[in-house]
Design a protein around this ligand. Structure first.
Ligand SMILES: Nc1ncnc2c1ncn2[C@@H]1O[C@H](COP(=O)(O)OP(=O)(O)OP(=O)(O)O)[C@@H](O)[C@H]1O
Length: 398
């Protein structure tokens, strides 16, 4: 770290560990005095920014509209040419490197996925490996692997066109495409801005899961402070000219905003935002009886009644939850039905309590099914969320 970096106000991340001890496949990014003057603009859009982004971390860029977040992001893959300053990937100065070469090492995800509409999902995902002249077999295998990774069945989606997908699915394909050549760095510019809140929450959960697995260095621009708190290992709060006002963990920023400006930006709901820091996996879950499709319904009802329960979670053959019927409903069937409840409220262990509450409200249900790596991890009821909110309030206020 240079002295100038230190002087310019906390633009270096402290050497705190990431949220989990994940594998790291990313490289660090270092900016030194990076500046952009757009022609005809009196002031630089980005003014002499120094920033160190540690390898394998997800760093969120937030700040008011027009403060220069996107310009700064686009200078990292040179969609915007810096006026001055230096950019390093690891120890390598990439400021003068051929931009096309550079972009093959940096995945880029934008709103709505930015897919080519006239190409199938498979062709979209295989674009960069194709440019890198991988052979057909290797590309096909990689496409399937990536579609699996982002939760899309390759058999079903490989040959579809983007217009045949929902917004959330297109976004998943966008992420798969950005990861295709296994770049160490991923840039994401408001990727989930155009999808509905519940889909956004699922995509965020998926991104956390993928990041846990891959450990890329991710730089993520967002307007949504809750999203920054949920996803970020660290958050950079910018002001005009991409001035770094605060660069720290979400916990630290919420607990101690650096300036009044940051406090305003964090907002009056900071107490409740603390809830965004609590993951579903951090609270005690209930463990209901489960039943598998095709089981004898009367037997399941007997088992659940004996355990004092009124509902069971039905899972399919791959242990995925598909419905959550009452014993009364179940006793009308002979075998446990394979009916999929499209509105079944489901969240992951890495979802936040806010997400869980939103999901319950959207489904008009008093609980959610929680899934983990190996299927159903439990269920959570609204009372648990309320108790956690109360605890957070007590802690913050008292
Ligand atoms: N191509 C361009 N030519 C001239 N000025 C530009 C150009 N792109 C951005 N700007 C200006 O640079 C400043 C920073 O814009 P930028 O889009 O980077 O901000 P931002 O923080 O990402 O904003 P938003 O959150 O609204 O997307 C703004 O004043 C903007 O008007």
């Amino acid at each position: 770290m240079s002295e100038t970096t230190a002087e310019r106000g906390g633009a270096t991340a402290a050497a705190a560990p990431t949220r989990t001890d994940r594998q790291v496949s990313g490289v660090s990014i270092r900016l030194e005095g990076v500046t952009k003057n757009y022609p005809g603009q009196a002031k630089p859009a980005v003014d002499a920014v120094d920033l160190d982004i540690p390898a394998g971390q997800m760093v969120m860029f937030v700040g008011p509209s027009g403060c220069g977040k996107t310009t700064l992001l686009k200078m990292l893959n040179r969609l915007v040419e810096p006026t001055s300053g230096k950019i390093f990937l690891g120890d390598e100065d990439v400021t003068g490197q051929d931009a096309d070469q550079l972009r093959r090492r940096i995945g880029y995800v934008i709103q709505a996925g930015g897919l080519f509409p006239h190409m199938t999902v498979g062709t979209n995902v295989g674009l960069v490996p194709g440019m890198l002249k991988w052979d057909r077999k290797r590309i096909d295998a990689r496409v399937d692997e990536l579609l699996e990774l982002v939760g899309l069945d390759p058999e079903v989606y490989r040959d579809r066109y983007p217009r045949e997908l929902s917004g959330g699915q297109q976004q998943r394909v966008g992420v798969a495409r950005a990861l295709a050549a296994d770049p160490p760095v991923l840039l994401m510019d408001e990727p989930f801005g155009a999808v509905d809140p519940i889909t956004r929450q699922r995509l965020q959960d998926e991104l956390l899961r993928i990041q846990e697995e891959l450990g890329k260095t991710i730089v993520f621009v967002t307007h949504d402070f809750d999203e920054a708190v949920k996803l970020g290992d660290r958050i950079v709060v910018f002001d005009v000219g991409a001035r770094v006002v605060q660069y720290d963990t979400p916990e630290a920023i919420l607990a101690d905003p650096a300036e009044e400006y940051v406090a305003d930006f964090v907002g009056a709901g900071a107490t409740l935002k603390q809830l965004t820091l609590t993951r579903v996996g951090d609270v005690e879950l209930l463990h209901p009886q489960q039943a598998r499709v095709g089981e004898d319904a009367a037997e399941v009802v007997r088992r659940a009644s004996a355990a004092g329960e009124k509902y069971v979670v039905v899972v399919d053959r791959r242990d995925r939850p598909i419905s959550w019927p009452s014993l009364a409903e179940l006793s009308r069937a002979t075998t446990v039905p394979d009916t999929v409840d499209e509105k079944l409220p489901v969240v992951g262990l890495r979802s936040t309590l806010n997400d869980a509450l939103d999901t319950m409200l959207a489904a008009s249900q008093g609980g959610v099914v929680v899934t983990g790596r190996d299927g159903v991890a439990g269920v959570m009821v609204v009372e648990t969320v309320m108790a956690a909110i109360q605890r957070t309030r007590d802690e913050v206020e008292g």
